[in-house]
Each structure stands twice: as C-alpha cells, then as structure tokens.
Design a protein around this ligand. Structure first.
Ligand SMILES: *[C@@H]1O[C@H](CO)[C@@H](O)[C@H](O)[C@H]1NC(C)=O
Ligand SMILES: *[C@@H]1O[C@H](CO)[C@@H](O)[C@H](O)[C@H]1NC(C)=O
Ligand SMILES: *[C@@H]1O[C@H](CO)[C@@H](O)[C@H](O)[C@H]1NC(C)=O
Ligand SMILES: *[C@@H]1O[C@H](CO)[C@@H](O)[C@H](O)[C@H]1NC(C)=O
Ligand SMILES: *[C@@H]1O[C@H](CO)[C@@H](O)[C@H](O)[C@H]1NC(C)=O
Ligand SMILES: *[C@@H]1O[C@H](CO)[C@@H](O)[C@H](O)[C@H]1NC(C)=O
Length: 931
C-alpha cells in the first residue's frame, strides 16, 4: 500500500512544486507565449509613471488599457533577450498644430526601469529636472530638450557613464550650471547639446567640454558663454575628435580661435553665428579642409571676403558671412563647386555682381540682401543656376532687367526682391515660377495694374508683399477666398488699389491692406455671405487709411485670435458695434486682442461695454470720431494693461473717472478736445509707468516662438515688426477742466509731454515742476494760471517746446539753459510777465507792447506731440505682442534676452520704417499719380 500512496504523494508534490514554480514565475516573468514577455515590476513602474503624468492629449492611452503586456504598449521597447524595458520614448509634439504634450511630475517610479538605455522626454512641458535620473546608470541616450525645466543641472547626471548622447537644450534659458564638473566622467559621450543652458559662470568651459575623449558633436548655442579673462591656456592634450561645433549666440571673441583651430583636422560643421568676433576673417580657416558648413554670421568681421582662404575649402556647401562689416566686391568663388548656400546679406559689399556667380551651378540659396551692390542683373547672371530655390537681392541698388519672354532655369520657392528696381511693369518672368511660397516685391518701383495671371496663381503662399509700389486697379473679389493659401501673411499696403475689398480667406494670418484707396463696405468681405467663416489663424488685420465706409459688420466673434485690429483713417459710420468685444470672448489671455485702433472715422455713440472683456488691451485709440457719453469708469478697472488710451477729439463729457488712475502701465493718456469737466484727479501719480525715470530697456520685443534663426525668423520678423518705445505723454488739452494743477503730477518723473492747454485751470504752476526733467513738451497755455513762472523750469534740460501763453502769469521770466531758446510766443498774453524774450522790461523800465503772436509755433507743437504719440504707439505694440503675456522670470531673462539683444540692430531698421509709416503720408503719392 505504501508504494502507490508514496508514488501519488510524490506526484502530487511534483505537481505542487510545478504550480509553485509557475506562479512564482508569474509574479516576476510572465510567459504567456513564447513571443511576449514582460516584467511585472516594470509594468507597475510604468503605470505609476503614467499616473503621475498629466496626459491631456492621450499620448499614453495605449498604456495599461486592453493590453497586459507592457512591451506591446506604444512608446516602449523591451529587450528580446531579457524582457526588460530598454527604451522609453515620451517625446511630445509641443510645436505642432494642435500641440500634444505631457506635463506634471516625473515620478521616481521611473527608477523601476533600471535597464533603460534610451529615454526621450523632449518637447513636453515638464518643469522639474529630477535628480534621480542620475540613477538610471545604463542610459546611453537621454533627451530632456524643449521643456520648461529649470534650476541647476543635478551633478548626479555625472553617474551616467554610459551616455553617448545628452540633450538638455532649449528649456527657455531656465537651466543653468556653474562648473560642468559632472561632465568629467562621461567618457562615452559623443553628442552633447546644452543650447540655452545658462553657462556664463563656468570659467574654463572650453577645457571642460573637450576633456571628453569621444565628443563628436557639441552644441552650446545661446549659453551666454564668454571668453575667460585672463585667457587660459587651453589644455594641449585634449583629444575630442570634434567634428560638429555650434557655439552660436554667445559672447565669444577672437581669442576662441586658438582653441578652435586645434580641431582643424576633424571639423566639418562650424557655427559661430551671433558672437563678438572681430577683425578680418582668419586665414587659418583655410586649413579646415573638410569643412562643409561655415557659419560666421552676425559678428564684427571686416575687410574683404578672403578669396584664397575660402578657395581651400573644397567641400564647402554652406557659407554664411551675413551681418558683418565686410566690404569690397564679391570675389570669384567658382572653385567652391559644391557650394549650395551663399549668405552675404547685410554687409557693406559693393560693386556690380560678377558673372561668376552664375558658375556656382549647385547653388540653392543665394542671399545678397542689404548690401550696396549696384548695376543691372540680366539673364546671364542667373542662367546656370538651375537648382536655385531661394533668391534674395533685396535692399541693394540693383535693377533686374529680363526680357519679358525669359524662362528662368530655376523654380524658386523664396523670392525676395524688395527695394530692387523691377518696374515699372509687373515682372513677367514670375509667371514661370510655379512653386513659390514667399514673394516680396515691395518697394520695387512697380506701377500700373497687375496682369490677370497673377491673380490666378493658386499655390501655397505663406508670404506675399507688394507694398510700397504704385499699383493701381481692383482686386478680384474671390482672389483670396477661392485659393488655398496656408496660414499666410499678405501685405498690399501703400499702393493705389481701389474698389471693394476682396473676400477674406479663413487661412489668413496677417492681412495688411492699409494706405490704399479701397472703398465701400467691409461687411461681405469679412463676414462672407452667411457669416459662418471662422478665421482661426487671423492675428493681424490692418485696413487703415483707405476710403472704406458704411457701418462695421457684426461678425467679430469669427476672429477669436485677432491680436491687432486697425480700422483707422476711413469713413466708417454708425456706432461701434457691441459685438466687437466678442473678439475677446473665448480665447486664452495670451492670444487676446491687444490693439484696437478706430481713430479718424465717423463713429458715433458710446464706447461699447463689451470691450470690458478685452482685458488684454494695450492700445485703445478711438480719437477723432463723434463718440459721446461719459468716459467709462470700467476702462480703469477692466483694461488693466492699457499703455495707450486715446479718446481725443470726440464729445466725451463728465469728469475724468478716478478709476483711470488704476492704469498703472499707462504711458499715453490723451483725452484732449472733448467736453470734459471737473478737476484733474491728483491720483494721476498712480501711473507708475510714467513715474519711471529711465526707459525700461528690458522691454525688448522679438518674437521667436521657435529657436529657428534661419528662414522662420524672417516670417516672424515681418509679422511682429514693431518695437518698444518710449515717450510718456499726458494730454488733457481743450476741455473744460477747472481747479489747480495737482502738484502730484510732478512725481511722474518719466513724463516727456504734458499738455493742459485750453482749459479753465487756475492757481499756480507747482514750484517743483523742474523735477520732471525728462519733459520735452510743456503746454499750459490758455488757462487762468497765475503767480510766477517757477525758476525750476531751468532744470528741464530736454525741453524743446514750451507754451505758457495766455494766462495770468506775472513776474520775471526765468532764464538760462533751454529757457533761452524760447521766443516771445511762449509767454505772450500774460499781461504781467516781463523780461526777455518779451519786449516788456521788468519793473522800473518802461513797458512796451510786444508784437502779436504768430500761430506757427502752436501748430508745430501739436504736430510734434502727435508725432511722438504715434511713434510711441508703433513701438509699444510689438513688445506686448510677445512678452506681455509671459511671466518673465529673471533666469529666463538673462539668457534669453541676451540672445534677443543681438537682434537689436535689425530692430532699429524696423523702427525707422514704422516712424515713416505712422505718419500716414503715403497716400499723397497715389493722389499725385492720379491727378
Ligand atoms: C527583437 O524582435 C523584433 C521583433 O520580434 C525584431 O525585429 C528584432 O530584430 C529583434 N531584435 C534583436 C536584437 O534580436
Ligand atoms: C509617485 O507616485 C506614487 C503613487 O502614484 C506617490 O505615492 C508618490 O508620492 C509619487 N512620488 C513622487 C516623488 O511624487
Ligand atoms: C551619483 O552622484 C552623486 C553626486 O555626484 C554621488 O554622491 C553618488 O554617490 C553617485 N551615485 C552612484 C550610484 O554612483
Ligand atoms: C525703398 O527703396 C529705396 C531705394 O531703392 C530705399 O531708399 C527706401 O528706403 C525703400 N523704402 C522702404 C520703405 O523700404
Ligand atoms: C460674448 O460675451 C458676452 C458677455 O459675456 C455675451 O453677452 C456675448 O453673447 C458673447 N458673444 C459671443 C459671440 O459669444
Ligand atoms: C529651421 O527652419 C528650416 C527651414 O524652414 C528647417 O529646415 C529646419 O528644420 C528648422 N530647424 C529647426 C530646429 O526647427
């Protein structure tokens, strides 16, 4: 009996053992079939990780739902051999439309994945850089770029000794590091990208990075790097085989060269754009014979383009010398037979273009803009350039003269011929170009009408500018609406187009039809026939300075992302529709309307209450209309970011609401030429922006949502082209204000213009008026002011215009400094004033009547004040376009603005353009043409 029982028991025991083993395996290794295996702990770690992440866009939706086996989840890869998770790809897609990304916390459960070799967290919106990543010691690839990570780099990263690729770049300058010591052990590292990590404090950074024996590819763009002072001796025996080096957007000077030229044998790509390199281009570049890309743009190089140096670089494909101070003619570069991009823009190059350019038959990009080239370009110059895609001759003194029947050998996608001489006829050869997405033929001396074929072009145009020509005629009504154009910018401003506006297209991003002779109602053009078009992309709509008429339409809710609306200088009538506020109804703050200009029309009625929802408004300009009613108190409470408020030349009544004093960012307040009564509220000194003595130099504007300094940059430049300011003006003139000038006004130390003329003010000019020492314009004329002129006015050293005439002032006119430059007209009409420049001498001398005032000075005064106001508007728009909605952290500023700073010189160009533009005097050209 024992035998069989024993055998049974044994069998049972064996079964049990088998079961146990199987279950114990189940807890760890899961063997469902021979193909699919995973490790439960790692599965749990992934689920925990998912729990801690915010995944609004469902990037991880495949995790844990139906599928047990985590190795089959998306974005995960397991090892075939060990079943461990080895790859985790959590890359988001933050810059796409619509964007998709993860945010929230990266849970330390990630450490459950000890076998990870590949971790990509880029393009999400994470803000914490977790130290514990340093414990994933098997990592070979780590990408943390394009998040909002901040703080100092955790030295634990130095434990990742297997890393071959590390990317910490483009976290908005929020990451910094002081010594880079953690790099020391990363001896396998081949690719290192720390662009926009703030490294200004790392003293000997060149040695730190080149200690890495395997480093091939180094990007330290926008890291605020400067050269060590005093210069250190670079470690002679560093052994990195560096072949790609990007040190652009830093503060490097020519003492970087000895370090750089140690890599002469290995360098293939070198980017030194936007630094402080000066002198002539070193001959030693000629020894880097394997160089394929050379970027030296935006430095201070001068002298000639060194032909013999460049000729050695047989493999060169991209040569960028733009934005330096190079002079002379373009040398013969025909030995560079592989050259595909030549960027020479914005230097002082001159001469006529040598025909040899035509020998560069591989050329795809030719950018010679913003130089002093002159002469005539003919077919011969371009006849061999059959691969050319981008052509930029803009802003030279070049004339392009082709025979009307010329068929170019190329098909361009980018055509920049602004400010070239193309006219007077519309360039016929453009008809052969079937693929361009960018066409700029602004200011190109084109006049007359546009041939019909142009309106029929129907491809994907991103940018089209015909502005500043003298083009006449009407635009086919369906031109925009019947054609597909990707989110596009269209600028037809400053021409002589007439007739009705064409129907808009829902893909438009920016439309500028200003300074033409367009007529009629804008109703169908904007709203379509049934009002159902939604303009999801429209950010900028400028129809100003035309002859448009009728009432404003009611379809403003269809423009949810409109950012600037300019309808000024037309003949619109009727009330400002209450629906205009619906532009602001359903968008997040950062996209909300910031500029509304309706001045110089015939609008009647009150300011619509719906504007209360436009809480992001920076500029509200409704001057020169027929608006009436009290100045709404809600302006002061609902529009807290206003910098410019202009209600002038309407029929507003009542007193100045005290709530306006809440506008602490206000820089221009113009309530002139209304019927406003009451006193000037002393709380005006709450305008803290006006109180700033110095202009806030940090308020530089420049919009690069992407860190792409090539082509994209230009698109954005064109769109966000205005800059910052700054004049600070209060104009309350020509009302019925009474009472005294509140002495509080003298604490607005930044004030540059003050006009209180033509009111009923009494009392004295506050004694400490001289405190306002940025004042350039002061007009207190035609009031009932009495007492003496405060001697402190002598302190107003910038004062350019002064008018105290027609008051009851008395006593001696103070003199000295600027005051000596004003004539009698500044003081006339004050019976008891005496002394120079009035001819009435002071006591004891015989009084004589001065000559009558000429009104010349007064007119000048107003023109100047208006001019200043206009300029300021143009400047301010831009800044708030970009930064107004961002909370600027100081760490962000120091790296990022340094990068932006370097754009400064470009910005000045656009300032100049804006000045001209805001004067709105271009129409005269058309009228002259037409008459
Ligand atoms: C792992 O398995 C996949 C699919 O079964 C196969 O494509 C891949 O080559 C394998 N990898 C290795 C290293 O065997
Ligand atoms: C990770 O997640 C777990 C549970 O989801 C939580 O208890 C823990 O606090 C998280 N860890 C961190 C560091 O947030
Ligand atoms: C990782 O690095 C930190 C700081 O550098 C160090 O204190 C720690 O001991 C390291 N850990 C391992 C496991 O090497
Ligand atoms: C137009 O071109 C001329 C020279 O061709 C230049 O002087 C002028 O500044 C340009 N105007 C604009 C607005 O670009
Ligand atoms: C906009 O909001 C206002 C007030 O909140 C509301 O009266 C109006 O109907 C809204 N307009 C649209 C188009 O949603
Ligand atoms: C920059 O723009 C160019 C041209 O549009 C594009 O090819 C390139 O990939 C962009 N670079 C980045 C980093 O987005």
């Amino acid at each position: 009996m024992r035998g069989p029982y024993a055998a049974l028991l044994l069998l049972l025991g064996l079964l049990l053992l088998l079961l146990c083993t199987a279950t114990s395996i189940c807890f760890g290794l899961n063997l469902r079939n021979s193909e699919v295996r995973y490790i439960e702990e790692e599965r749990q770690a992934l689920l925990k990780l998912k729990q801690s992440l915010q995944d609004d866009d469902g990037l991880l939706s495949s995790w844990g739902s139906q599928e047990e086996d985590c190795c089959n989840w998306k974005r995960i890869k397991c090892s075939n051999r060990t079943a461990h998770v080895v790859k985790l790809d959590l890359r988001g897609d933050r810059y796409s439309e619509p964007s998709k990304y993860l945010y929230g916390e990266i849970n330390s459960s990630l450490l459950g994945l000890q076998h990870l070799t590949y971790l990509d967290l880029s393009l999400n919106a994470f803000s914490i850089l977790p130290e514990f990543i340093g414990s994933l010691t098997k990592l070979q690839y780590l990408n943390l770029s394009n998040n909002y990570l901040s703080g100092t780099i955790p030295p634990q990263l130095g434990n990742l000794t297997s890393l071959t690729s590390l990317d910490l770049s483009r976290n908005y300058g929020l990451i910094e590091d002081h010594n880079l010591d953690w790099l020391f052990n990363l001896s396998s590292l081949r690719h290192l990208d720390m662009s926009t990590v703030y490294l200004s404090k790392v003293v000997n950074w060149p040695d730190k990075v080149t200690m890495l024996p395997s480093l091939l590819d180094l990007s330290l763009s926008g890291c605020a790097l400067s050269m060590p002072i005093p210069p250190v001796l670079f470690n002679a025996n560093s052994s990195s085989p560096l072949s790609i080096v990007d040190l652009s957007f830093n503060y490097l000077n020519s003492s970087i060269f000895p370090w750089l030229f140690k890599y002469t044998n290995s360098l293939v790509v070198l980017d030194l754009n936007y630094n402080e390199l000066e002198g002539s281009i070193p001959k030693a570049f000629g020894n880097i014979i394997n160089l394929v890309h050379l970027h030296l743009s935006s430095n201070y190089f001068e002298g000639k383009i060194p032909q013999s140096t460049l000729e050695n670089l047989h493999y060169l494909q991209v040569l960028d010398l733009s934005q330096n101070s190079l002079s002379g003619e373009v040398p013969d570069l025909s030995k560079l037979t592989f050259l595909s991009e030549l960027h020479l823009s914005k230097n002082q190059l001159n001469g006529s273009l040598p025909n040899v350019l035509g020998k560069l038959s591989k050329l795809q990009v030719l950018d010679l803009s913003l130089n002093s080239f002159e002469g005539v370009i003919t077919e011969a110059h371009l006849s061999n350039l059959s691969t050319l895609r981008q052509l930029d001759f803009s802003s030279n003194s070049l004339s392009l003269k082709f025979s009307p029947s010329w068929v170019p050998p190329f098909h361009l996608d980018t055509i920049n011929l602004g400010s070239c001489n193309l006219g007077p006829a519309f360039p016929q050869w453009l008809q052969t170009q079937k693929n361009f997405s960018w066409l700029d033929i602004s200011n190109a001396t084109i006049s007359g009408t546009i041939p019909n074929w142009f309106w029929d072009l129907s491809f994907n145009i991103n940018f089209l500018s015909l502005s500043h020509n003298q083009i006449t005629g009407t635009i086919p009504l369906q031109w925009l609406s019947s054609r597909f154009m990707g989110s596009s910018t269209i600028d037809l401003s400053d021409n002589c187009f007439n007739g009705p506006l064409p129907r808009l297209n829902s893909n438009l991003m920016s439309l500028n039809f200003s300074n033409n002779l367009f007529q009629g109602s804008i109703n169908t053009s904007l709203c379509g026939t049934n009002g159902s078009v939604t303009y999801w992309y429209l950010r900028y709509l400028d129809l100003s300075n035309n002859s448009l008429s009728g009432e404003l339409p009611n379809c403003w809710a269809n423009m949810p992302y409109l950012f600037r609306l300019d309808l000024a200088y037309n003949n619109f009538i009727g009330s400002i529709p209450n629906s205009i506020g619906s532009i602001c109804n359903f968008t997040e703050n950062e996209y909300m309307l910031q500029m509304l200009r309706l001045e110089y029309n015939n609008f009647i009625g009150e300011l619509p209450k719906s504007l209360m929802s436009c809480s992001s408004l920076i500029i509200l300009h409704v001057g020169e209309n027929r608006l009436f009613g009290r100045i709404p108190a809600w302006i002061g409470t609902s529009l807290p970011y206003l910098k410019v408020l202009i209600l002038s030349s309407n029929s507003f009544t009542g007193s100045i609401p005290l709530q306006l004093c809440g506008l602490k960012y206000l820089q221009i307040l113009d309530l002139s030429h209304n019927n406003i009564v009451g006193t000037i509220p002393p709380c005006l000194n709450n305008f803290i922006a006006m109180d700033e003595r110095y202009y806030n130099l940090e308020s530089i504007t420049y919009s690069i949502p992407y860190y792409n300094a090539t082509f994209q940059e230009k698109i954005i430049m064109q769109f966000e082209k205005d800059i910052y300011f700054l004049f600070k003006v209060i104009d309350l003139s020509s009302n019925k204000l009474e009472g005294e000038i509140p002495r509080e006004i003298t604490s607005l130390l930044g004030l540059s213009g003050l006009n209180l003329s033509n009111n009923l003010l009494i009392g004295i000019i506050p004694q400490n008026f001289g405190d306002l020492n940025n004042l350039e314009f002061l007009d207190l004329s035609s009031n009932h002011l009495s007492g003496t002129i405060p001697h402190s006015l002598v302190d107003l050293i910038f004062l350019a215009l002064l008018n105290l005439s027609y008051n009851n002032l008395s006593g001696r006119i103070p003199f000295g400094y600027q005051l000596d430059t004003f004539s009698y007209s500044s003081y006339v009409g004050n019976t008891y004033l005496c002394g120079s420049p009035l001819s009435k001498e002071c006591p004891e001398n015989a009084a004589t009547q001065g000559p009558q005032t000429s009104s010349k000075h007064d007119t000048d005064f107003y023109e100047h004040l208006w001019l200043y106001t206009s300029i300021a508007i143009g400047f301010i728009v831009g800044f708030w376009g970009v930064c107004g909605s961002l909370v600027l952290k100081s760490s962000w500023r120091h790296a990022y603005f340094q990068f932006l700073d370097k754009m400064g010189d470009r910005l000045y160009v656009t300032i100049a353009i804006n000045k001209a533009k805001l004067l709105r005097n271009f129409k005269s050209q058309c009228y002259q043409e037409n008459t």
